[in-house]
Design a protein around this ligand. Structure first.
Ligand SMILES: *Cc1c(COP(=O)(O)O)cnc(C)c1O
Length: 221
């Protein structure tokens, strides 16, 4: 508890500094606390110190934790199988890992049934690593065009995971931003990028949502 509070302050300070050095307002940046692998008590402790936005990368964990903390905002940030689309619509405020038309259609169908609109971030693989999910940049255009027909999804932004090589991440974040700039007129105004190891660079390059786990909660068990 004490440690979360201290780490949260440090992260906030570094977010503030990165915003200042980039001439940005800190209110433009949402800190998503990534609680994957941590038990619900950690979410409770994080809420107590003032964190409000939580991210999970697996549906099972989202489903297990989100209903326990209905006042928190929950984000699904990881790869999703179509057969679990309904749970994301039921429990997540936003979906940050949209990477195919088939998945988009499944989410749209469940959102219609639930009578809600689901804000979606299209995940882009900017590092080119085969191990990563997300669309290769030349394929983004097609998915975004097809999303136009899906009334219950709202294109909100783009998301990426940068490569582990810190010398490359700035260029990768810039690439994501340059792709996003083509779709601003469609409402694609946000950039979900930056994790514990690279969030300051991400903020300097325009991130509106940083997804931070270990810098807040320590190494995952
Ligand atoms: C785990 C995870 C994070 C957070 O990673 P840390 O390095 O612990 O900050 C962010 N985004 C996604 C999609 C993740 O799966």
């Amino acid at each position: 508890m004490h440690q979360i509070s201290e780490r949260f302050s440090q992260v906030q300070e570094r977010i503030t500094k990165a915003c200042h050095s980039a001439g940005r307002d800190v209110r433009e940046v949402t800190l998503i606390a990534v609680t994957k692998t941590w038990p619900p008590e950690i979410v409770g402790a994080a809420l107590e110190v003032g964190l409000m936005d939580f991210g999970e990368n697996k549906v099972q964990e989202l489903v297990a934790k989100a209903p326990l903390f209905p006042t928190a905002n929950w984000y699904m940030i990881g790869h999703l199988q179509r057969n679990k689309a309904r749970q994301v619509v039921a429990h997540a405020r936003e979906f940050h890992a949209l990477d195919s038309l088939r998945l988009a259609r499944a989410l749209n169908r469940h959102a219609e049934q639930a009578e809600r609109v689901l804000p979606c971030f299209v995940q882009v693989n900017v590092s080119g690593e085969d191990s990563k999910f997300g669309l290769h940049p030349p394929l983004v255009d097609e998915l975004i065009a097809q999303m136009n027909d899906l009334e219950y999804l709202r294109l909100t932004g783009l998301m990426t995971l940068a490569s582990p090589d810190v010398r490359k991440v700035r260029d990768e974040f810039r690439l994501l931003r340059s792709i996003q700039s083509r779709y601003v007129h469609l409402g694609c105004q946000h950039l979900s990028m930056g994790m514990s190891g690279d969030y300051e660079i991400a903020i300097e390059e325009g991130a509106t949502h940083v997804r931070i786990g270990s810098a807040l909660f320590g190494p995952r068990r």
